[in-house]
Write a protein that binds this ligand. Structure first.
Ligand code: NAD
Ligand code: TYD
Length: 349
């Protein structure tokens, strides 16, 4: 089987690529990534010499390039993760989200259809998406697979649109597809603009921790390796045409999560308890900030037997340990090629 994985130099994609390359030596894996600010070949260097692995630099929204890639490789499957993924950037630069998340997904669907339509057997287009497509919850309730879509940010609406495109190619052209919608991920190799790695890095360097609004927004956090395991099980055992929600039943108000993070950081850095909490700084709220996300993953758990493998405290501890042992990886981003962007983001708060 030859599989195209898009976005495999990013955070989640790197974990998925590594899992598939290592666990399935009979599969040929081609990792296609544009290497935007979020793509980093360091994230996948452990497997770059594996015989069943190949990296290709390119843009999913480039139709002729994608046509050429399919012609060369004759893929049987696609696992599509490439995306612009950060809500704050979607507020400052929404059009990049439309190009990559909407046009890019449509290009991949169209080229997969062109190549596979004569015989769809053994073929699969797996689209990786987010729970943010469902909108924002109040204090009660959970997102289920048939919760109506109600995206609010340019990021979530571009992902919602991409999900609709995938379903349209399934219903109109019979393209064999699967979709999963996952809650917030955390773990190693996450670009330090997202909450957890940003705050770990700031605590290391004694910089303020910018908490949006009052810190009362709720997110449902999943360890990235558990997300990769869910993608593996859905890719192999999920029903064709189906959607699966992925989440670890692990809701935290931002401020409570940040306090747990501060406590673990104090312990690991040998600082007095309470030191990191003093860095908490409440800043202007994000525009259109969704209040609460919470996933009901019962379908995935009951039908496919998936379950998360770590508790939040274990996953967070592993995550902090990874960033503390890989400070060069963090420094390369925050002081290297992306320093200007990183500093600008930071100052603007
Ligand atoms: P990321 O930003 O870390 O990585 C995205 C990758 O896509 C990068 O390597 C980037 O270079 C690549 N890319 C961007 N535009 C491209 C283009 N036009 N052509 C080719 N490659 C391109 O993102 P992530 O957090 O790893 O998210 C991966 C996927 O999972 C996304 O589709 C995202 O919507 C989804 N998702 C993320 C989360 C989360 O919490 N991070 C949760 C649920 C779903
Ligand atoms: P983020 O990691 O950007 O993920 P998402 O917006 O996709 O949920 O943010 C997680 C939560 O943390 C969200 O409620 C916004 C909040 N947040 C802050 O309070 N400060 C920050 O500096 C960042 C990046 C996020």
């Amino acid at each position: 089987m030859k599989i195209l994985i898009t976005g495999g130099a990013g955070f989640i994609g790197a974990h998925v690529v590594k899992r598939f390359v290592r666990n399935y030596p009979n599969y040929q894996i081609v990792n296609l990534d544009k290497l935007t600010y979020a793509g980093n070949l360091e994230n996948i260097k452990d497997i770059e010499k594996e015989p069943n692995y190949q990296f290709v630099k390119g843009d999913i929204s480039d139709l002729e390039f994608i046509r050429g890639l399919f012609k060369e490789h004759q893929f049987d499957g696609v696992i599509h993760l490439a995306a612009e993924s950060h809500v704050d950037r979607s507020i400052t630069d929404p059009l990049a989200f439309v190009t990559t998340n909407l046009v890019g997904t449509a290009v991949l669907l169209q080229v997969a259809k062109e190549n596979w339509k004569a015989d769809y057997s053994g073929k699969l287009f797996y689209h990786v998406s987010t729970d943010e497509v469902y909108g924002s919850l109040g204090a009660e309730g959970f997102f289920v697979e048939d919760t109506p879509y109600d995206p609010r940010s340019p990021y979530s609406s571009s992902k919602a649109g991409s999900d609709h495109l995938v379903r349209a190619w399934h219903h109109t052209f019979n393209l064999p597809v699967k979709i999963s919608n996952c809650s917030n991920n955390y773990g190693s190799y996450q670009f330090p603009e997202k909450l957890i790695p940003l705050f770990i890095n700031n605590i290391i360097h004694n910089k303020p921790l910018p908490v949006y609004g009052e810190g009362v927004n709720v997110r449902d956090w999943l360890f990235v390796e558990d997300h990769a395991a869910a993608i593996d099980v859905i890719f192999h055992k999920g029903e064709m045409g189906e959607t699966y929600n992925i989440g670890g039943n692990n809701e935290w108000r931002n401020i409570d999560l940040i306090k747990v993070l501060c406590k673990q950081m104090d312990e690991k850095l040998g600082r007095d308890e309470g030191t990191s909490e003093q860095l908490i700084t409440f800043v202007k709220d994000r525009a259109g900030h969704d209040m609460r996300y919470a996933i009901d993953a019962a379908k995935l758990m009951n039908d496919l037997g998936w379950a998360p493998t770590v508790t939040f405290e274990q996953g967070l501890s592993k995550t902090i340990d990874w960033y503390l042992s890989n400070q060069e990886w963090l420094d390369n981003i925050t002081s290297g090629a992306y320093k200007d962007y990183y500093d600008a983001q930071y100052v603007n708060r």
